[in-house]
Design a protein around this ligand. Structure first.
Ligand code: F6P
Length: 472
């Protein structure tokens, strides 16, 4: 019986240390939910990093045993590997280039060496459990070299790869000194999935410009193996968000929000701390909004949650300081004795709190400079059971290709975001219903289960196509 092996940088549980004890907390992330029914089944397994350094071998073994009960297999990283592979090459080289912020990118040989070595580590752990008829599904930019490394050892195995962040235009991608090696690594997969058509087109373009490989539409021939690059926009667990509002905990929190913000309109913004999210520009737009539309003084709040992330990377620390300053400045400028315009939280919240906020907020404000998909925009839509509320969405987020009934803005255009906030706040209810209903239908239909099935079915088809081509 063949099995499915899921591989991602992080496991769907995170280990933290508390008084010398290791504690495991499951991830609520979309990918973990979507792939839950797969990796928990039979012999299937999910391989990845448990999120912190575990130095003692006896601790490593104990954790490994506990994880095995959940069909999880850890890849332990040393602090040096976390610095150079994860924070370094993944998040200081690939992340900025792939998000069109190449000025932030560092091209350091030790980062690359570590990225290569850690991929070998992942490969060896996969090889310790993989059989030739297994299916391997590898996720994201931290593991671009992995498909090629596995293919070199098991030539006929089925390998799928999905990139969760944008794939940049060739002119950006070519900046990376190790560009050819990265593409060769990716082409070890049989099927490569991207969130948008543009991402897959950029990938194919990079392949044909950088490697001696031609493409016919979305098919690239790699040593007589047909490799396909296709578009699979990722969805969310729609039913979970749509039904959360019926839970007592969420209802209680919603009631509290209604009391606290009585007579007030709420604009909601939720992001991981990241310079790709357009947080500073969004704050500037809100400041301009308060200046241009003073009638909203004491009548509107921006509720802004930033989830801490990658805080060992300098740019992320700098961004946090800038946000602190800007929020402080805006609140100081506009606040009154009874009101301050921005409620800013730098921490994560349980899903029940997020659901109450999604339910309460009149406007969802999502304006990344660049985002592979952006699931927050879909979570806001899925939570709006009354079909009211307005989503303002950046045209640079993958989700803008599907959620076309949002107010779509260019996140660099501060004036346009300002006008969009006003438009959202005065939008007549019938117009809100019309738009929200359309968007909810899209998010409900193209949900996470649909995404997983589509990708897995297509991977099987690609394998069959390859076999029939060989038989000819
Ligand atoms: O968006 C890409 C991504 O890797 C997500 O898969 C993940 O949830 C997020 O960035 C945070 O990444 P990290 O693992 O660096 O905390």
């Amino acid at each position: 019986m063949s099995k499915t092996i899921i591989v991602s940088n992080r496991l769907p549980v995170r280990i933290t240390e508390n008084d010398g004890e290791y504690v495991m907390s499951p991830s609520e992330g979309g990918l973990a939910t979507g792939l839950g029914s797969i990796y928990r089944d039979g012999q299937n397994v999910w391989i990845g990093w448990p999120g912190m350094e575990v130095t003692e071998e006896k601790d490593q073994q104990r954790i490994q045993q506990q994880l095995a009960e959940m069909n999880l297999l850890p890849v332990y990283l040393s602090q040096e590997e976390i610095n150079n592979y994860y924070e370094g090459f993944s998040n200081e080289t690939l992340w900025p280039v792939f998000h069109y912020m190449a000025v932030y990118a560092k091209y350091e040989q030790p980062y690359w060496d570590s990225y290569y070595k850690v991929t070998e580590k992942f490969r060896d752990i996969i090889l310790s459990v993989a059989e030739p008829d297994d299916i391997i599904w590898i996720h994201d930019y931290q593991l671009l070299l992995l498909p090629g490394m596995i293919r070199a050892v098991i030539p006929d195995i089925s390998i799928g790869f999905f990139l969760h962040i944008p794939f940049p235009s060739f002119e950006l991608f070519r900046l990376i000194p190790w560009r050819a090696e990265l593409l060769e690594g990716m082409l070890g997969a049989d099927l490569l999935g991207f969130h948008t058509f543009d991402d897959s087109r950029h990938f194919i373009n990079a392949v044909t410009r950088i490697l001696p490989i031609n493409a016919s539409a979305n098919v690239m021939m790699v040593n007589d193996r047909a490799v396909m690059a296709e578009t699979f926009p990722m969805g969310i667990d729609y039913d979970k968000y749509a039904s959360l509002s019926k839970e007592k905990e969420v209802k209680d929190q919603l009631r509290e929000l209604k009391e606290t913000f009585q007579g007030m309109r709420m604009i909601l913004s939720i992001d991981r701390l990241d310079y790709s999210k357009g947080i500073l520009q969004r704050l500037q737009a809100f400041e301009l909004f308060l200046q241009l539309y003073p009638e909203y003084m004491e009548k509107v709040v921006l509720y802004m949650i930033i989830v801490p992330s990658r805080d060992n990377v300098q740019q992320y620390r700098d961004l946090r300081d800038e946000i602190d300053k800007l929020v402080g400045g805006i609140n100081a400028r506009f606040r009154t004795n009874n009101w301050h315009p921005i409620h800013y939280f730098y921490r994560s919240f349980p899903i029940e709190t997020l659901s109450a906020l999604y339910n309460f907020a009149d406007v969802g404000l999502v304006t990344p400079m660049r985002d592979g998909m952006n699931l927050v925009s879909k979570e806001y839509v899925a939570s709006r059971n009354q079909n009211n509320g307005v989503l303002i969405l950046s045209e640079m987020a993958g989700a803008s290709r599907e959620l076309i009934d949002a107010i779509i803005v260019n996140p660099n255009n501060i004036g346009a975001i300002t006008r969009a906030i006003e438009e959202a706040l005065v939008m007549p209810e019938p117009e809100q219903y019309r738009r929200m209903k359309q968007m909810r239908q899209v998010v409900a239909k193209f949900n996470i289960a649909h995404w997983v099935k589509l990708f897995m079915d297509r991977l099987q088809e690609v394998k069959q196509i390859q076999q029939s081509m060989l038989a000819r």
